[in-house]
Design a protein around this ligand. Structure first.
Ligand SMILES: [Fe+2]
Length: 186
């Protein structure tokens, strides 16, 4: 994954969305409830043609690309756009904080895993496949959020992600990449 910080320009819809996230986060509720509220606020903006600038929609042939759209000054949340060209995927990973994702364009495939701890024989077992079309919103909070995401459609896919963490400081929302053997059949 590569990260771009081109987003000095915030579009009016994105600014309105960020205001909504700030209000939801400011309530100080538990992570899963915060994620639910943020997901509610994200849904109306998905697919809006003026949400992102052309630069914020650019992909990268070397891997999926992260555009940082907003980092709240107090570090309480960040908003990014992930741009996936056909076939691009993440490693199996989990997250440092609560997270909300919404598909803005195209379609994303997600496979969720359960870690079976067994010392050196620890392994990951696939438990669920989810196909998220445009407009789909998912929210989750660690633990138990191990997954892999990829673009299996024939066109560019773009999703908006909100994390309860300062992505500029951390570089990414990934807590851990899993190297354990994977049982991928469902
Ligand atoms: Fe993820």
């Amino acid at each position: 994954m590569t990260t771009a910080y081109p987003s000095s320009r915030v579009t009016a819809p994105l600014g309105a969305f960020v205001d909504g996230v700030r209000e939801a986060v400011g309530r100080g509720l538990p992570p899963d409830v915060t994620a639910y509220l943020v997901g509610e606020r994200l849904a109306p903006f998905l697919g809006a043609p003026d949400l992102l600038t052309p630069a914020q929609r650019e992909g990268d042939p070397d891997g999926y690309r992260q555009h940082v759209l907003h980092a709240e000054p107090d570090g309480s949340f960040s908003v990014v756009a992930l741009v996936w060209l056909p076939g691009q995927r993440t490693a199996v990973h989990d997250h440092v904080s609560w997270c909300v994702t919404g598909v803005h364009e195209g379609e994303e495939h997600e496979r969720r895993y359960r870690l079976v701890p067994d010392g050196a024989a620890s392994r990951l077992v696939a438990v669920e496949d989810v196909i998220n079309p445009r407009g789909a919103v998912c929210g989750f909070a660690p633990p138990g959020d191990i997954h892999r995401v990829w673009n299996a459609c024939g066109t560019k896919a773009i999703s908006i992600h909100v994390y309860g963490a300062d992505i500029v400081r951390l570089g990414s929302s990934v807590r851990r990449v899993y190297e354990a053997p994977v049982a991928d059949e469902l």
